[in-house]
Design a protein around this ligand. Structure first.
Ligand code: RP5
Length: 159
């Protein structure tokens, strides 16, 4: 499996489902599991090592609150990690966003917008497409379809 989706709690499921939907639409195989940096750190470490052994190329990591999951994973592996900050509390996701984007060097986490699981999947697909010409073709076709749709249905605004 080229992509692994990991998220901190079952309560993150609706956001991470958006990523899974993109992978299905673009015909990219993925695995998904709930693993918490805080609640099950040893299991997380074992899982990351397993993902390395089975050739995983990108990891999506979604978490809310003190969202250490993507940073911890990034510290365990060279597989690129895309963090999805999740709005899970009174700070509207800013807590998760900043904890992901402020990773200290040299352990980066690529971060998308709050609750934007779909964009994390698109970015993962673009990374995979560097070595997968057929996926690249599907992405080009997808972008062309979006462009054609926007050209056919330009948004009208009242000024
Ligand atoms: C984080 O804490 C999870 O990623 C989730 O976004 C948040 C709340 O988790 P639950 O209390 O709903 O399990 O670790």
């Amino acid at each position: 499996m080229k992509v692994a989706i990991i998220f901190g709690s079952p309560s993150d499921t609706p956001v991470m489902k958006k990523a899974a939907q993109v992978f299905r639409e673009l015909d990219v195989e993925y695995t998904a599991q709930v693993l918490s940096a805080h609640r099950t750190p040893e299991l997380l470490q074992e899982t990351v090592k397993k993902l390395e052994r089975c050739g995983t190329e990108v990891i999506l990591a979604g978490a809310g609150l003190a969202a250490h999951l993507p940073g911890l994973i990034a510290g365990l592996t060279l597989i690129p990690v895309i963090g999805v900050p999740i709005n899970a509390g009174s700070l509207g996701g800013m807590d998760a966003l900043l904890s992901m984007v402020q990773m200290p060097r040299p352990i980066p986490v690529a971060v998308v917008g709050v609750d934007n699981g779909a964009n994390a999947a698109y970015l993962a697909c673009q990374i995979l497409a560097l070595k997968d010409p057929l996926l690249q073709e599907r992405l080009v076709a997808f972008r062309a379809a979006i462009k054609a749709h926007c050209a056919r249905h330009p948004e009208k605004v009242e000024l």
